[in-house]
Design a protein around this ligand. Sequence first.
Ligand SMILES: N=C(N)NCCCC(=O)O
Ligand SMILES: [Zn+2]
Ligand SMILES: [Zn+2]
Length: 322
Amino acid sequence: MSSNETPRGPVDSSRIPRYAGPATFARLPRLDEVGRADVAVVGVPFDSGVSYRPGARFGGNAIREASRLLRPYNPAQDASPFALAQVADGGDIAVNPFDINEAVETVEAAADDLLGTGARLMTLGGDHTIALPLLRAVAKKHGPVALLHFDAHLDTWDTYFGAEYTHGTPFRRAVEEGILDTSALSHVGTRGPLYGRKDLDDDEKMGFGIVTSADVMRRGVDEVADQLRQRVGDRPLYISIDIDCLDPAHAPGTGTPEAGGMTSRELLEILRGLASCNLVSADVVEVAPAYDHAEITSVAASHTAYELTTIMSRQIAEARAQ
Ligand SMILES: N=C(N)NCCCC(=O)O
Ligand SMILES: [Zn+2]
Ligand SMILES: [Zn+2]
């Protein structure tokens, strides 16, 4: 879309029932219907990197289904994200479920292609393994990026069963590869048992700060968002959201749930507090609908992706206006 074209928005749910027709994210047009997008929403049906319950390969489509109820105006950010920029659903990246190395390469290549069109990426579903190839692609474009990683887990472990590419190891690999700006890294929502104290020591050496779920509760969302904003500054920022950052009460449909997590309200409010950051791409991973009830998890994930796309659309519109 060039700057003088009006973005094509979602199907009007006051005219066509929102439960009718195939699901795209927020009932937006498909990418092939609009040619190119400022924000491409893409599913990644991959879960061969999990260490416990499988099922995140179905996350992207569950989030699309739950996103039928999203409406075009976001009052929390005073913005109509799909009118400010062209947001479109780019479908799924077809990854090999039997070969993790090949899957990682496929995700990176698909992300390269989409970023090469000038789009920012909002990926849906998959297990956390996919953050590594997505970060590789983003870093090729922007250089090493700041990372805010919302998760119960550190995901900076080394290997599982000798495997380097798993959902517990993407951010150690990313630090090793030099694709993260190690002066601006933070986990948010961390909690639960670890393998040993060394997990935390290693993580700190890699440059990560930690805001635990208990910190969010004690200090409150505004103070946490302020601190994260300061840490990130105006660096290009990637936000990776493992839905298990939420308490299992707010996100039961996930593969490695841990008690004592954030509420969906806390997560959404922290994200809104990051609206001024230079968000270049984001993911929402680890939604495993087979363990969900009443779409609790996929509704939370769809609203999370909505806040993230709103941040990106606002920034695209602001940059155009300058
Ligand atoms: N990235 C997620 N969701 N979980 C990582 C858990 C790794 C483990 O089994 O210790
Ligand atoms: Zn996790
Ligand atoms: Zn994770």
